[in-house]
Design a protein around this ligand. Structure first.
Ligand code: HEC
Length: 130
């Protein structure tokens, strides 16, 4: 029993000690500067997207559209985030997605990215829309 009590105390001390560092780390993660978010987006883009969209977002591969005029084509970033998460489900969502689908039909199709979190996608958008 004494052992359990000791463990509990230890745990409390560790938990309290961690509290400060966690808060700091959370702050860092949530309020990362725009540059950090851009860099995170760049890394995520290179691991998930560049196989089709090229290493440089402006480079053509023939496998997928060059990512340019993102801000013009996607004025609503919520729709863009949904599109990146699940492009096949968004094919007829807007005139632009319909147009993309028609243009790329039979050549390639963007897959869904269930493994990317909302924050991951927001960072990718920060990267591709700059
Ligand atoms: C398997 C190839 C492939 C991969 C991987 C891929 N895409 Fe795509 N992407 C496409 C194709 C093809 C289209 C054109 C629409 C369609 O037919 O699906 C497209 C369209 C897009 C568009 C719209 C472009 C425009 O002109 O408005 C964006 C934005 C986009 N992709 C972002 C991404 C992001 C971000 C990733 C990584 C998370 C990604 N894509 C991964 C193939 C891919």
């Amino acid at each position: 029993m004494r052992y359990i009590l000791l463990l509990f105390c230890l745990f409390t001390i560790i938990a309290c000690g961690n509290d400060e560092t966690t808060t700091e780390a959370d702050l860092y993660a949530d309020n990362g500067s725009n540059d950090q978010r851009f860099q995170k987006g760049k890394v995520l883009f290179s691991t998930n997207c560049r196989i089709c969209h090229a290493q440089d977002k402006h480079e053509a591969t023939g496998m997928a559209p060059v990512l340019e005029n993102i801000n013009e084509n996607w004025p609503d970033k919520t729709i863009l985030a949904k599109y990146i998460a699940n492009a096949p489900a968004m094919m007829s969502e807007t005139p632009h997605t319909r147009e993309l689908y028609q243009e790329w039909k039979g050549r390639a199709q963007m897959p869904a990215f269930a493994g990317l979190s909302k924050d991951d996608i927001d960072c990718i958008i920060a990267y591709i829309s700059q």
